[in-house]
Design a protein around this ligand. Sequence first.
Ligand code: GTP
Ligand code: MN
Ligand code: MN
Ligand code: MN
Ligand code: MN
Ligand code: MN
Length: 197
Amino acid sequence: MATQSSPTSIGKEESLSLVGHRHACHVMLYADTKAKLFGRTPIKHIVLMQMRFDGLLGFPGGLVESKENLEAGLSRELGEELGMAVPITPQDHVVSCPAPSCPNLITHFYVKKMEESEIKEVERAAVTMATDHGLEVMGMVRVPLYFLKNGGGLPSFLSHSFISNSRSQLLSALQQFGLVSQRELDEAVRQADQLRQ
Ligand code: GTP
Ligand code: MN
Ligand code: MN
Ligand code: MN
Ligand code: MN
Ligand code: MN
């Protein structure tokens, strides 16, 4: 992406062979929807992130224990943070990167498409069932993918603060899975940069 510096990726298998590294796995869950904001602005897709305990936005997921494989660790973290089982398979893996400014941590990113009804079930469970609700996770949030006046919508969302490289994970997934066009992403990043000044 021209306007966004992404960390260099590393092969998943190659990263697992590195000695003395920890691994963290996070997932972007999303669904298509016909819902319209104010009855007129199509929201197109429901994309889930979370407000973390540290006030930063990020994706659900977490550190993998040394005894776990990546997908098992991610599934356990989702149980803790979302309060329900969301099966993740190796086919859902998108990219792995060394974490910027966190030596010896590899971040693995997954994307999983769900039905709208399943996403709504995740949102309910995250509040009512998740042991981490109000502790590690302050709440799930939907990413606004549309543009409103004065930077409202996606630009405003992108002007917030994100953990590690989760902002670039979001941007590249929106592009890769065709949820927002490249032209709109570039425009959203440009407006977000202005809002942050
Ligand atoms: P604990 O149970 O307290 O260990 O938290 P956790 O296992 O849920 O870990 P967390 O989700 O905070 O992720 C571990 C590390 O991965 C963080 O310290 C960040 O450096 C990084 N991280 C957290 N969220 C994201 C994310 O959405 N994307 C990326 N790339 N990295 C993240
Ligand atoms: Mn209203
Ligand atoms: Mn966790
Ligand atoms: Mn976590
Ligand atoms: Mn954890
Ligand atoms: Mn924990």
